[in-house]
Design a protein around this ligand. Sequence first.
Ligand code: FAD
Length: 445
Amino acid sequence: MNKKLANWGNYPVIEGDEETFVFADQLDRLIEKEQPYIARGNGRCYGDASLAERTISTLKFDKILSFNIADGVFECQSGITLDQILAVIVPEGWFLPVTPGTKFITIGGALGSDVHGKNHHVDGSISNHVIEFDLVLESGEMILCSADNYPDLFEATLGGMGLTGVISRVKFRLKKIETSYIKQKQVKAKNLQELITLFDTYKDYTYSVAWIDCLKKGDGFGRSILLLGEHATINDLDEGKKADPLKMPGNKQITFPINMPWWVLNKLTVKAFNFLYYGKNFKKEINNVVSYEPFFYPLDKILHWNRLYGKKGFVQYQFVLPLDAKDGLIEIMHRISDEGLGSFLAVLKVFGKQESMISFPKEGYTLALDFPVRNGLLEFLDELDKIVLKYNGRLYMSKDARMKPETLQSGYPELDRFKSIIKKYNPQGKIRSAQSDRLLLTGTK
Ligand SMILES: Cc1cc2nc3c(=O)[nH]c(=O)nc-3n(C[C@H](O)[C@H](O)[C@H](O)COP(=O)(O)OP(=O)(O)OC[C@H]3O[C@@H](n4cnc5c(N)ncnc54)[C@H](O)[C@@H]3O)c2cc1C
């Protein structure tokens, strides 16, 4: 039964079918059908990567298969969410080795996008922690992939946006923690130059991310708050918290009920940022200990916050530029601020070195910014693409809903190798998404 399908940005919306499975043999039967398909996790990619006329949802395929508490090796079916995993591992003193800014994604989706977190410069992306996975090809054959077994398929699947097959089982390494708390430091930067210096000063911190005010002009251009963190040890906790150092955070959430005009969001974020920046208690620097939840997942508190962007939805634009391309960062931020089309806040992170075929991260600065969909936006983003490419950068496919095939080709030097691996293992071209067709990653239907 066709229904309207969209991912987190609510753009684009397509008519499609979502088929589910609970057991592996049911997945086999779905794959045997003639119609093309794409694997779908929790739809938290922003654009059209997990959209197609026929999607195979993994959400009901969500069992834990093994958890070695001594070694921190975790094995599960691909549809389990990070939220479900955290509930089991944190009380045992383990954490996700890498987590994006939401816990409402599946582990299959994490591999499909090869997600990164605030610790990329130290720990790399999720692919650096994967031991092996099972991948079901369009022929129905299941292949065990690891760095040594089918290495080409292993590499092309991590960040390959579901185009090599359906990941059904994942085994990966966790990170040891003493407590469920984060020792957090917040530092104010008065402009972009100062922020870049601060990133360098604090580069040994495991976690770092900055929220930048995109509207401020003149000397204050790029004023921001840099958020740094380390997993707290028992000694970092006050007596009250020491009694239960691995306590799970409470689960209070609010749901955003309706679609809002996008400018309401801008007003709200302006208020929130100003509150933090100018709040009377907010000195140049704040140090405190917080639960992991507000540190890693501040937005998850408000369910359906994407409705704040209204019915037409929004596009998240995320690019990475090499470390020496600071001028590019400034040029792009100036263009966005002059145009006044973007949301008020941008998120800046630093990536460390990463060698990979199709994954997004490469050493440099990555900036993410939301743009409500409205007239002129797509043309404007095409202009930004040119600047990104001029500075040898690239865009994140997991956030993309509109890039042109040439932009992808120029940003990813190993794209042709990726395409040849898709063809080798899936010669019939049955695995395809709205995005892969748009980006000419999959051949003609
Ligand atoms: C608030 C928010 C914050 C975010 N922060 C970050 C961040 O900090 N870093 C980051 O990297 N990303 C971030 N993201 C993006 C998100 O982590 C990725 O898009 C992730 O892939 C979504 O996973 P999902 O389970 O929702 O999968 P979907 O969105 O449904 O699918 C994503 C891709 O994975 C493929 N896929 C899904 N399941 C499988 C499977 N079993 N086998 C093969 N392929 C599969 C799909 O085909 C698709 O190409 C954020 C998203 C949101 C909404």
